[in-house]
Write a protein that binds this ligand. Structure first.
Ligand SMILES: [Zn+2]
Length: 191
């Protein structure tokens, strides 16, 4: 399986999705990046960012981190979250992932930030949520989960730069109001 958490790789796509002819890398504009162009219909395959929704969930003042069963990050802690489906509101994806990965229903209370890194496909959108008390249960793809007090966060064993950066932003912003959500509530209620 090809990981989309690795750097951008043009060799993931070899054939034109419209006509099936081979793709080749061409620079369409002299100062632009190389693009995958179809050798027959000249269609261009643009490699879009992968949108990921994550949640920093505090339960009783501690932060929930999890480990996933996937071999590439099974030893490292990450935030519950995952890919947003096409047409799915990002906030709804974040709440769906919390249900799937730790079996909890949460309401999001703010946006922690949007994290992206040069040369990497994911754009990680991180929300915050709080519960006074709850008993999270590991979902199918979850190896284990744990609650960490802010001073006990395992900074040396986090899965991704975005995990670290989002936690830092969240902890530094604790004294401030979270950025309010701008989502239409009707869209959330429809989920
Ligand atoms: Zn084509």
């Amino acid at each position: 399986m090809i990981s989309t958490t690795g750097p951008i790789r043009h060799d993931r796509y070899r054939f034109c999705p419209a006509c099936g002819a081979p793709l080749a890398l061409h620079r369409i504009h002299a100062d632009g990046p190389p693009r995958l162009v179809c050798s027959a219909c000249t269609g261009v395959v643009y490699l879009d960012p992968k949108v990921v929704a994550c949640v920093i969930l505090e339960i009783g003042g501690k932060i929930l981190l999890m480990r996933r069963k996937r071999p590439d990050d099974s030893h490292r802690w990450l935030l519950p979250g995952g890919y947003v489906d096409e047409g799915e509101p990002v906030e709804a994806a974040a709440m769906r992932e919390i249900r799937e990965e730790v079996n909890l229903d949460v309401s999001l209370d703010g946006l922690v930030g949007v994290f992206s890194y040069a040369g990497w496909p994911p754009v990680i959108i991180v929300y915050s949520a709080r519960l006074a008390e709850a008993s999270p249960q590991a979902g199918e793809e979850t190896e284990d989960l744990a609650l960490f007090a802010p001073e006990d966060i395992p900074w040396d064993a986090l899965a991704f730069p975005s995990t670290r950066d989002a936690l830092r932003a969240h902890l530094q912003g604790r004294a401030c109001q979270p950025m309010p959500l701008t989502v239409c509530t009707a869209a959330l209620n429809a989920v």
